[in-house]
Design a binder for this molecule. Structure first.
Ligand code: GDP
Length: 201
């Protein structure tokens, strides 16, 4: 897919205020510093559509971008645990769970993980939450240029083994690098195919 246009639409703190056009939508989410802004900018080939920043805890907003005037790319902030009760039951931030549970246009979520890091509990728990909520997701491994190809394969295999402790099947995944465009074509072609099948109920 060629990216002919990519425009910022709006930022919201509540899912009810998100754009209401019935366009297919893909959400990008991961821990802070995973390389999400860089990946989004790499996908759309814009230097700073998504704001790259080393600042953890930047404003917690749902950011909508419209691509080629026919699909939404959503940049969600880094997730973290929100403590909801005195019993310290851990959950994710409310606006994030509301987004996933209410957003009808959402086709799937891309959960980003840094290929160099061993599987982190918060990422695995977030994937478990998506699974329990029946929200389709795929994994995007970021920063592949930071490892040699063999080490990349090993890291992915290790991640898959960990996932198979919880999942019957390994979710679909993409290996990417924003530094050298690895994975760009694969991701965009994949989204293009899903867009063709999109029907909102
Ligand atoms: P975000 O907080 O998830 O949006 O992460 P950023 O996109 O701001 O990236 C965090 C840091 O990782 C920055 O210093 C980026 O330059 C760096 N980074 C992001 N993606 C890549 C990548 O694919 N390769 C390399 N080498 N560095 C990356």
């Amino acid at each position: 897919m060629e990216v002919k246009s990519a425009e910022f639409v709006m930022s919201n703190s509540a899912v009810d205020k998100c754009p209401n056009q019935p366009l297919p939508e893909y959400a990008f989410i991961g821990r802070s510093n995973v390389g999400k802004s860089s990946l989004i900018n790499m996908l759309v080939q814009r230097k700073s559509l998504a704001k790259t920043s080393g600042r953890p805890g930047k404003t917690q907003l749902i950011n909508h971008f419209i691509i080629n005037k026919n699909w939404f790319l959503v940049d969600l902030p880094g997730y973290g645990y929100a403590r909801v009760s005195k019993k310290s039951k851990k959950t994710f931030q409310k606006f994030i769970t509301e987004y996933f549970e209410k957003r009808k246009q959402l086709v799937l979520a891309f959960v980003l993980v840094d290929i160099r890091h061993a599987p982190q509990p918060i990422d695995l728990e977030f994937m478990a939450y998506l699974g329990e909520s029946q929200i389709p997701f795929h994994i995007i491994f970021t920063k592949a240029d930071k490892l040699k190809p063999n080490a990349c394969n090993l890291a992915v295999e290790h991640y898959k083994e960990k996932l198979l402790e919880f999942w019957e099947e390994v979710p679909q995944y993409f290996v990417t690098s924003s530094s050298n465009n690895t994975g760009r074509e694969a991701l965009l072609s994949y989204i293009h195919e899903l867009n063709a099948d999109f029907r909102q109920d």
